[in-house]
Design a protein around this ligand. Structure first.
Ligand code: DI6
Ligand code: FE
Length: 399
């Protein structure tokens, strides 16, 4: 066996097993971008290595994974934020041309190159904290040309930076103005035209929707899911964010990879998710930013064995957040997740939420050699600090 690179003199949080999977005196070995050993240094395969890197006792975790973002969008809503601070209501802001439709207008007006350029600083902020895999949704174009442009721009980010990108088609995010009064017509366009086309061009890895009073009804989401499954795409759902429409149970019935937000999830929804193996993606940044007070049912999820992931929900309206470290801190502080749960939420369970459990998310032989190397004394520091980045180095695919 030829080994390309070995990281030695490290402490590992492999994220395998029930806890952090700690290995003192650990080493990681990599061949052609894949891990061939992650464990005690004594157990390294007796093979020559082209390069050895001394980690001087630093910690290595799997590269971080953000499994729910709206990273591609134009403009921002800082002015709207200011108006809200002065007491303006959501409706007043919408009437003044704000809200999701303002992001849609800006996004439609942009070229694919401009979409890529606008997203890169946000991606770089995440990468600077050890991110190696990211999910990116469409959903601010809301017509065929702009939704396709968003997905193409997301795919291009993978080539612009050393990072793995998973794309998600979120046409059912909001009703565009040209379909005002005809949501079923819009859903029909998504199902009959856009979803088959996107699948045919290989532009999306999954299909998502916003099941909410201000989004789409469960019946409309069901049509979107049926169309997605018909072309072989897995589904996921923004569910139970502002009210309980039983979206998570609907998603579970379609074998969804994840149901996301979930503040208003009930016991039946928890049970349905557990049964289907659907991951609960919690988004504490959105909870914080909109000053929500209803907590997701974390204890019930734990008891039922629902895997919990954490993500930024990076979007201009409800979570202008580009830090997975801060997301973990919020997961612990706001949702009372443990340190182990937070770390699992941005590694192993985030991988599972993307259907990538065999490829990334833990330090194990066969997985992609995606590493984050940290200047810390203990992994709890990654959850504990606010606004401090102890990343020493980041490795994507062994590089
Ligand atoms: N849930 C949210 O919180 C965001 N989208 C969604 O489905 C809001 C997006 C925006 O306001 O731009
Ligand atoms: Fe979202």
């Amino acid at each position: 066996m030829q080994i390309d690179r070995i990281w030695t003199n490290a402490r590992l949080a492999t994220m395998t097993g029930a806890g952090l999977g700690v290995v003192e005196n650990g080493a990681v070995a990599c061949t052609r971008g894949r891990i061939v050993h992650a464990g005690p240094v004594d157990a390294l395969p007796p093979a020559p290595a082209a390069e050895r890197i001394d980690c001087a006792g630093r910690w290595i975790t799997p590269g971080l994974i953000d499994c729910h973002t709206h990273l591609i969008h134009m403009g921002n809503r800082a002015r709207e934020f200011e108006m809200r601070l002065r007491g303006a209501s959501y409706e007043e802001i919408a009437r003044a041309g704000g809200g999701i439709v303002s992001t849609m207008r800006a996004t439609r007006a942009a070229s694919e190159d401009e979409l890529v350029a606008a997203a890169l600083p946000r991606l770089d902020a995440l990468i600077a904290e050890g991110l190696t895999t990211i999910e990116i949704k469409s959903g601010y174009g809301l017509d065929a040309p702009s939704e396709l442009a968003m997905l193409r721009a997301a795919r291009r980010l993978e080539r612009e930076r050393g990072v793995t990108v998973r794309t998600t088609f979120l046409g059912a995010h909001a009703l565009p103005p040209e379909y005002q009064g005809d949501p079923d017509g819009y859903i029909a366009m998504l199902c009959n035209d856009l979803i088959p086309r996107i699948a045919g061009e290989g532009l999306a890895d999954a299909v998502d929707g916003f099941c909410e009073g201000i989004g789409f009804t469960p019946a409309q989401i069901e049509r979107v899911f049926t169309a997605a499954r018909a072309v072989g795409l897995p589904v996921k759902l923004h569910a139970e964010q502002l009210s309980n429409l039983h979206g998570a149970a609907l998603a579970a019935r379609f074998g969804a990879l994840s149901a996301d937000h979930l503040e208003y999830l009930d016991q039946a929804g928890v049970a349905a998710m557990a049964e289907a193996g659907t991951v609960a993606v919690l988004l504490p940044g959105a909870y914080y930013f909109v000053r929500e007070t209803q907590l997701p049912p974390v204890d019930a999820m734990r008891r039922a064995g629902v895997p919990i992931a954490l993500a930024t929900d990076c979007n201009p309206g409800t979570s202008p957040l580009t830090s997975l470290l801060l997301t973990m801190n919020m997961g612990a502080t706001l949702f009372r997740l443990t340190v182990d749960e937070c770390l699992r939420g941005v590694t192993r369970n985030a991988a599972r939420a993307l259907g990538m459990a065999d490829d990334v998310g833990t330090l194990e032989p066969g997985k992609r050699c995606d590493l984050a190397i940290w200047d810390i004394e203990h992994p709890a520091e990654l959850v504990y600090r606010m606004g401090f980045n102890p990343l020493h180095a980041r490795v994507w695919s062994g590089q």
